[in-house]
Write a protein that binds this ligand. Structure first.
Ligand SMILES: C[S@@+](CC[C@H](N)C(=O)[O-])C[C@H]1O[C@@H](n2cnc3c(N)ncnc32)[C@H](O)[C@@H]1O
Length: 228
């Protein structure tokens, strides 16, 4: 099935509300478990980590990571102001560990507003971001731009099924009773997602060929590894 991109940013209030209120606990917890399983015990004992969550949305994963690293600096980046507003509300005002920024990935390179983070991040993650990007190389360029030497990076996203019929089967299996707006977004996301082969080519072209690309279950991809 040919890829059909969807809009990059999730700015629509109804879409943001449906997304922020949906139950993604299982997938979010799984992503954090994956990150934790890849970090060395020496790394976990340090207290000064800088963790960046790209396309952080309403901040659920950033908050989970904060509960694992109580002194880490957690930077969440998303181009959608309503998503970042949700994330800030969830984090609460008094917690100085969080730094949520309304920023598009396109603005994170060079001398942009992320220059304070250049080569400073110990962990760079994203969840369900890659399929939104019209220029997917941006995710890999920003990851390289922010990564400190030896940074762990992990990106989890949907992968594109072979046909629309297959996409509908996945929706029936995993989201049979969700609100209409979530069903619509899920189907659009599957069609906009990349295959493992396409992601491997992106990584080759962007100088990250050592990252591994694994298919997970019936609909996910996990890209992970250390950035030199
Ligand atoms: C499906 S949501 C995932 C949110 C969060 N990572 C999660 O798992 O709950 C994708 C997010 O990526 C953001 N996004 C998409 N394209 C972006 C871009 N070019 N720059 C910054 N954020 C982007 C959207 O606004 C949206 O909040």
């Amino acid at each position: 099935m040919q890829r059909q991109p969807e809009p990059e940013l999730m700015n629509d209030q109804i879409q943001v509300q449906a997304y922020a209120e949906a139950d993604f606990n299982e997938g979010d917890a799984h992503l954090v478990d994956l990150v934790m399983s890849m970090l060395s015990s020496e790394f976990q004992q340090r207290s000064d980590h800088c963790i960046v969550d790209l396309g952080c949305g309403p901040g659920n994963i950033a908050l989970r990571l904060a509960s694992q690293f109580d002194q880490a600096r957690i930077v969440g980046i998303d181009g959608s102001a309503p998503m970042i507003q949700r994330a800030r509300e969830k984090a609460g005002q008094g917690d100085s560990r969080f730094d949520f920024r309304v920023l598009r990935l396109q603005d994170c390179l060079d001398r942009g507003p992320c220059s304070d983070l250049q080569h400073r991040a110990d962990v760079v993650i994203s969840n369900s971001l890659l399929h939104h990007l019209h220029e997917p190389e941006l995710l890999w360029r920003v990851t390289r731009h922010l990564a400190a030497p030896g940074c762990l990076t992990l990106h989890r996203d949907l992968r594109r099924p072979c046909s629309m019929a297959n996409a509908h089967q996945l929706q029936q299996r995993h989201l049979p009773d969700a609100p209409d707006v979530l069903i619509r977004d899920f189907l659009a996301s599957l069609v906009a997602a990349f295959t493992a082969e396409e992601v491997k080519q992106q990584l080759q072209q962007c100088g990250l060929p050592s990252l591994s690309v694994e298919e997970e279950g019936d609909r996910y991809l996990v890209v992970s590894g250390l950035v030199d």
